[in-house]
Design a protein around this ligand. Structure first.
Ligand SMILES: CC(C)(COP(=O)(O)OP(=O)(O)OC[C@H]1O[C@@H](n2cnc3c(N)ncnc32)[C@H](O)[C@@H]1OP(=O)(O)O)[C@@H](O)C(=O)NCCC(=O)NCCS
Length: 175
């Protein structure tokens, strides 16, 4: 069992199956874990430098750990989300959940952490881009109230996929 000491703004959640999770801001000491997770979770990983550039920013990088019932982390991280402010809006830049921990509601938990942070900072809408064939991500975003507001054809050079532009309302209830 590993207990982490960094405890900046931490959120404690219980997932659909009753399991317990902590989401907190990432710190520089998390970078190796984040790079490894990015590599395993994403088809096109961002890599160390890009992730490092968001650590310490607001909203920046949030990282998710299994925890016990009182909120102490147990073991290594299994998810992360990266976001930034763009004018009056919050933009989701990247999200990933370890393949062995999917469909537990952890993607929703990560998005909920960003939503709460955005609201605290007065950002009432959030935006993102997603590959047109990324069904899990599209479904996650739609399930928490995002809707399509545009499409950029041929945006992703590696596959030729379109980027779907989505917008949601951060005041729109708890996912
Ligand atoms: C997208 C991703 C973050 C979702 O994480 P997750 O923890 O599995 O998502 P959740 O369990 O919170 O799912 C929430 C909802 O999203 C939808 N969803 C998630 N995965 C889905 C899938 N494979 N097929 C259909 N719907 C899916 C469902 O509506 C789900 O609710 P339900 O389980 O109650 O039906 C995860 O699949 C992932 O890491 N994918 C690779 C990285 C990626 O593509 N990131 C997005 C672009 S940066």
């Amino acid at each position: 069992m590993t207990e982490r000491e960094e405890r900046r703004d931490a959120y404690h959640y219980f997932a659909q199956d009753g399991s317990s999770w902590i989401v907190r801001e990432a710190v520089t000491g998390d970078l190796n874990d984040l790079v490894a997770l990015d590599d395993i979770a994403k088809s096109v990983p961002w890599g160390r430098d890009a992730i490092a550039g968001f650590i310490g920013c607001v909203p920046g990088v949030f990282i998710l750990f299994p925890s016990n019932r009182v909120g102490l982390t147990l073991g290594g991280p299994v998810g992360f989300v990266i976001a930034r402010w763009v004018g009056d809006e919050c933009e989701i830049m990247s999200i990933g959940v370890h393949p062995q921990y999917r469909r537990l509601g952890l993607g929703r938990v990560l998005m909920e952490t960003v939503r709460r942070t955005a609201l605290v900072h007065g950002k009432t809408s959030w935006i993102l881009e997603v590959r047109e064939h990324n069904t899990p991500a599209l479904s996650l975003y739609k399930s928490i109230g995002f809707h399509e507001v545009g499409k950029r054809r041929g945006y992703y050079i590696d596959t030729g996929e379109a980027a779907i532009l989505m917008r949601g309302d951060t005041t729109n209830g708890d996912p």
